[in-house]
Design a protein around this ligand. Sequence first.
Ligand SMILES: [Ca+2]
Ligand SMILES: [Ca+2]
Ligand SMILES: [Ca+2]
Ligand SMILES: [Ca+2]
Length: 216
Amino acid sequence: MVNDQVERTWTITENTPGGNQATVQLQWNLGDEGANFDRANSGLHSYNGTDWVALTLGAAGGANPYTRSALNVGLFREFTVADAESTLPFVCTNGLVPGATCNDDDACTINDAVTAGCVCAGTFQDTDGDGTCNVDDGCPSDPLKIIPGACGCGVADVAVTYYEDVDFDGFGDPNGAQQAGYTCSVPPGYAANSTDQCPSDGTKQLPGRVVAAPRM
Ligand SMILES: [Ca+2]
Ligand SMILES: [Ca+2]
Ligand SMILES: [Ca+2]
Ligand SMILES: [Ca+2]
């Protein structure tokens, strides 16, 4: 038994060699199928003298006997039918070899390799899962940011207005100078609140009650 393929080879020759194009349909019986043959993802393989060239994979038709076709076939030698797991030494029609390393020209992916479907593909790298791949993500471990911004990776940029605190008591002057900034960084001499009613008295934020002198 040959795993993952139909244990039959068909030979097709041209009456007039060269230049022919044909749709090739092969038919086989259930008893022809090797172990673990995946009829739902199988395809014709065409021998080129060195390798078995995998034609498009897909589902076989029919119901014992089964059929599978390939369009625009221009190479007429031996054919067989195998699935994506077949270990036939085959190449893809685009020249790629399934399992071989390749370059998908995408810096976002690593470990690029040719799939069983003859496509070069790698594994997308996105550590924080924000949809921006690591090489394009200025904050690859912060799912809420892709650039450091004002406050840096891992800290949200929350805008706030700062009020001048000339007496350095930690309370801003509602009537003094204002400065736009972010909660992550307080500018020197400013406070995020504007509750200093005594902006020049570092010991008080409220004027306090003026108590009338007692009458004598
Ligand atoms: Ca890549
Ligand atoms: Ca990311
Ligand atoms: Ca990110
Ligand atoms: Ca103050």
